[in-house]
Design a protein around this ligand. Structure first.
Ligand code: 5GP
Ligand code: MG
Length: 187
């Protein structure tokens, strides 16, 4: 793996994003909706930098099936969302093809949200297949599979405090003793 963004760079990026969001949002109450599982680290860092009155909802969306290729998008936990008249900030880890964010934005508009905006930590340049606006973007990346700071490979590596790109030799089924996982203990 190759480190792309270290802890300090990530911190500066989230500081910058929080400042942008605060300026753009004003004092409207926010309903932040985080997309599990990848948003956990990002959202935890982001909310502590915002002074906007906010409530938090979490929904689960997954399109990867333990590997790095897309499957159908499956959603869980969005049935009871009360969004009528609410100003929504949808928070995801990474904007890749755009299917996840486009699908969710649609649902939130249909659920009666007054506005729906989107914040992502990362955006892969040149990978979008559907038109979707990301209003707040932390960092842009070329097309590569990244892990750490909440993002997984086979449900592992989310706890790396930095963001790393997988290298060709890294893609394999991970078992407990795998050196890639040992990386988490060595840091
Ligand atoms: P999209 O629907 O935009 O293609 O994909 C968005 C979702 O795919 C993200 O929320 C994330 O869960 C997953 N994803 C896309 N690219 C990557 C990547 O490079 N690494 C990891 N770990 N997940 C990714
Ligand atoms: Mg995700």
């Amino acid at each position: 793996m190759k480190v792309l963004l270290n802890e300090q760079q990530l911190k500066q990026g989230v500081d910058r994003l929080a400042a942008e969001i605060s300026t753009a949002w004003g004092r409207r109450p926010m309903t932040m909706i985080g997309v599990l599982n990848g948003c956990i680290v990002f959202i935890a860092d982001l909310i502590r930098r915002l002074e906007i009155p906010l409530r938090i909802e979490l929904i689960q969306a997954s399109s990867y099936r333990g590997q790095t290729t897309r499957g159908p998008l499956s959603l869980a936990g969005d049935r009871q969302l009360e969004l009528v008249g609410r100003h929504v900030l949808l928070v995801d880890d990474i904007l890749d093809t755009g299917h996840t964010l486009a699908t969710l934005q649609n649902r939130f508009w249909k659920a009666g949200a007054a506005s729906v905006r989107t914040a992502v930590l990362l955006r892969k340049v040149g990978c979008q297949q559907v038109q979707v606006a990301a209003d707040f973007v932390g960092f842009e990346l070329p097309d590569q599979f990244v892990v750490g700071y909440g993002l997984d490979y086979q449900d592992q590596l989310r706890n790396l405090p930095y963001l790393a790109a997988m290298e060709p030799g890294d893609f394999r089924p991970l078992s407990d003793g795998d050196p890639l996982i040992a990386e988490q203990e060595r840091r």
